[in-house]
Each structure stands twice: as structure tokens, then as C-alpha cells.
Design a protein around this ligand. Structure first.
Ligand code: GUN
Length: 288
């Protein structure tokens, strides 16, 4: 058996087209474009690349991109003041502070300063709490993108065994909440899990989000399982070049799974598409 490839790139492109097609409806109602503010602190090259592509995608969708850069040496107070002014700015519907922040800043305090109504990343404790109790709020982009891919592939997820590997606030925990809301039987596995292979082998759905290159092996998988690989790891490749791999050993998994997301081109492109979706939702909620 050879797994079907879940084409996240194509799904994300189609979602972005649908969002762009819906933006003029908001403009007609509100008399302005939806606005997304992205804040980058410091010069981390990977973060700079992400921020640039978020800005480009925002403009391509017909939305306004408001970009702010602070030096790595900025005081936390400066960042909090900037967030406060973005909270008050009527043209700003979504605020995203790119993580990680420099070590002298308190990430939890910074996220707490963002208005929950503009928290399109879904990282604020109010939005995390709403997800946990099943109230409408904002859901983190990457796990929401994973659920979209899973429902597109499998339809109703009810009753399926799902194993999430990784317990981060950004992916693992919200992913588990979303799968639970879809009536899956959910296990969260992590670095202290005993017999991880045995736990993963029970799963109809495996979501790997640990940041360890090619950790999940083919013989850990139940034949026919649907595998969502959230990992993006840069490893040494041939001829001194580097290459991107996921948290799943793709070559092995492809021979066992029913369907699998590739890296790159799987989950990655979904994150920005869902960010645009959350921004349009925020704009509509704020404009009543
Ligand atoms: N850093 C890596 N992924 C993300 C994300 O989804 N949002 C933010 N704000 N920072 C990130």
C-alpha cells in the first residue's frame, strides 16, 4: 500500500482564493479593508521570512498589512505600548506578535496584552479557555488547518482514535481540544510517554508536532492511518546542502499510512491561509 498524499499547498491556495473572494463583501459593509498587524521583535532570520510571507499573503487577499519591527534590544514596555496602540486602532482587526521573543521578554505577559477580540493567533488565555469549554473564539492557525485537512480527507471524525504527539500551547494542546470537539478519542503523547510506538499504533489519526526530525517510524503506524506531520526541521542533506523534513519518517510512513501530509507542502501553507481566515472573521465580528 502506498499512502495518498494530502496536498496542503493546494488546499491552502483554494482557501486563500475563497477568503480573497469574500473580502469585497466586508469592504462594502465596513468601508475599509480588514487589517492585520504583524509585530516582529529582533532579527531572527526564520521569523523574518515568516513575517514577510504573512504580509505578502495578507495583501494578496485584499487586506491591509500593518508591519511593525522592534530591535532585539527593545524593552518589553515598548512592545506592550505598541500592542496597546494596536488594540485601540480601529483599522486593526488582527494582531500577531511573531514568536519566539527575545529572552528578556515574558511571552505570556505579551500575549496577555493583546485584545482577545484581535488575537487571530488564538494564543490568549481567554481564547484558549473558550476552545476548552466549546465557546466561539479564535483557534490557533496550525491546528485549525490540520482539522480542515483531516475533515476534507476523512469526513466525519467521530469515534476515531487520534494520537497527538506533542503538548505545546500552540499546536499539541489546541489540536487535542479540536479533535475532542470532533468526537475523536484523543491521546496526547509527549517526551515522557512510555511505549510511544505502542500508543501511536492504536491511532486512526496521528498528528506529530514535536520538532524532532523523522522521529515517527513506519512500523509505529497502524496500516491505513491518516498522518498529519506538523514538523518542519532543517537537517543536513547531500552535497553540503540542507533539506526540510518533518517529524515523521516520510519514506517509511508512506508505505504504511492511508494518507500523509508531505513536508514541505503539507501543513505549513495552511497556517497562513487560516491566519487570513481568522483575520476576516475578526473583522466581521468587530464591525458587527
Ligand atoms: N512562531 C511560529 N509559529 C507561529 C505562529 O503561528 N504565530 C506566531 N505569532 N508566532 C509563531
Amino acid at each position: 500500500m502506498r499512502a495518498d498524499i494530502i496536498d496542503g499547498k493546494a488546499f491552502a491556495a483554494s482557501l486563500r482564493r475563497r477568503i480573497a473572494a469574500a473580502v469585497p463583501g466586508f469592504v462594502a459593509k465596513a468601508g475599509r479593508a480588514p487589517g492585520l498587524a504583524v509585530v516582529l521583535v529582533g532579527e531572527d532570520p526564520a521569523s523574518a521570512v515568516y513575517v514577510r510571507s504573512k504580509g505578502k499573503a495578507t495583501r494578496e487577499a485584499g487586506m491591509e498589512s500593518i508591519e511593525h519591527r522592534l530591535p532585539a534590544t527593545a524593552r518589553q514596555e515598548e512592545l506592550l505600548d505598541l500592542i496597546e496602540s494596536l488594540n485601540r486602532d480601529e483599522h486593526v482587526d488582527g494582531i500577531l506578535v511573531q514568536l519566539p521573543l527575545p529572552p528578556h521578554m515574558d511571552e505570556a505577559a505579551v500575549i496577555a496584552a493583546i485584545s482577545p477580540a484581535k488575537d487571530v493567533d488564538g494564543f490568549h488565555v481567554v481564547n484558549a479557555g473558550r476552545l476548552a469549554v466549546g465557546q466561539p473564539g479564535f483557534v490557533p492557525c496550525t491546528p485549525l488547518g490540520c482539522i480542515m485537512l483531516l475533515k476534507d480527507r476523512l469526513g466525519d471524525l467521530s469515534g476515531l482514535e487520534a494520537v497527538v504527539i506533542g503538548r505545546s500551547n500552540i499546536v499539541g494542546k489546541p489540536m487535542a481540544q479540536l479533535l475532542l470537539a470532533e468526537n475523536c478519542t484523543v491521546t496526547i503523547a509527549h517526551s515522557r510517554t512510555r511505549d510511544l510506538a505502542g500508543v501511536v499504533r492504536r491511532a486512526d489519526i496521528v498528528v506529530a508536532a514535536v520538532g524532532r526530525p523523522e522521529m515517527v517510524k513506519g512500523d509505529w503506524l497502524k496500516p491505513g492511518a491518516t498522518v498529519i506531520d506538523v514538523g518542519i526541521n532543517r537537517v543536513a542533506g547531500e552535497a553540503g546542502k540542507s533539506r526540510l523534513v518533518g517529524d515523521v519518517d516520510f519514506a517509511e510512513a508512506e508505505a504504511v499510512a492511508g494518507a500523509i501530509t508531505p513536508v514541505p507542502g503539507g501543513v505549513g501553507p495552511m497556517t497562513i491561509a487560516v491566519l487570513l481566515r481568522n483575520t476576516l472573521v475578526a473583522a466581521h465580528r468587530r464591525s458587527g
